[in-house]
Design a protein around this ligand. Structure first.
Ligand SMILES: CC(C)(COP(=O)(O)OP(=O)(O)OC[C@H]1O[C@@H](n2cnc3c(N)ncnc32)[C@H](O)[C@@H]1OP(=O)(O)O)[C@@H](O)C(=O)NCCC(=O)NCCS
Length: 146
């Protein structure tokens, strides 16, 4: 298993992040949405690199005792190599250091790969949100840390 290098997002990384985001979602985040996260004092925006190239990223927010994972993406060519698991684990460990009690997230009901990743990381489904993604429902998941 190749080890990832995880670093803070820098504005010079934005074009690569947009490229990875666009190849991954039809309804993708805009540049403005990413930049808004960099201005949000509750947000953590981390990139991950393999062989010095950016291959993915994760964005999460920590607000007092709660955290939320907003987005995690590994570029197409690099999937299935445990990078997503390592990146999620990094975020969960970082969140734990902040005395958070619960981590929440929502994922498209049809995105089984991501649901598997989250289950693998200990997340459990606690509800659904109907038609959250157009006609698709959102699966609401959480990880209790206490
Ligand atoms: C979801 C995503 C981040 C997973 O990253 P990844 O590096 O490919 O995942 P990993 O190789 O670390 O796999 C970790 C676990 O995820 C699940 N998983 C990964 N690929 C899978 C696949 N093709 N089918 C089913 N489950 C899969 C498995 O549970 C796997 O554990 P295992 O290897 O023990 O079976 C990646 O597929 C991705 O970027 N998808 C597009 C963006 C996205 O949907 N993000 C989530 C938004 S909520």
């Amino acid at each position: 298993m190749e080890n990832l290098v995880i670093a803070d997002f820098n504005i010079k990384n934005i074009d690569k992040i947009l490229e990875i985001e666009k190849e991954s979602f039809s309804n993708h985040w805009s540049k403005q949405m990413f930049l808004a996260e960099t201005e949000n004092k509750f947000s953590r925006f981390k990139i991950c690199l393999a062989d010095s190239s950016i291959i993915g990223f994760i964005i999460y927010r920590i607000v007092l005792e709660e955290a939320e994972i907003l987005n995690i993406v590994i570029g197409n060519k690099f999937r299935g190599k445990s990078f997503g698991r390592q990146l999620l684990k990094y975020a969960v460990n970082n969140i734990k250091e902040n005395k958070v009690k619960n981590i929440f997230l929502e994922v498209n009901e049809r995105n089984i790969v991501a649901q598997n990743l989250y289950k693998d990381g200990g997340f459990v489904q606690y509800s659904t949100r109907q038609n959250y993604y157009g006609n698709d429902h959102a699966v609401l998941m959480k990880l209790s840390l206490c």
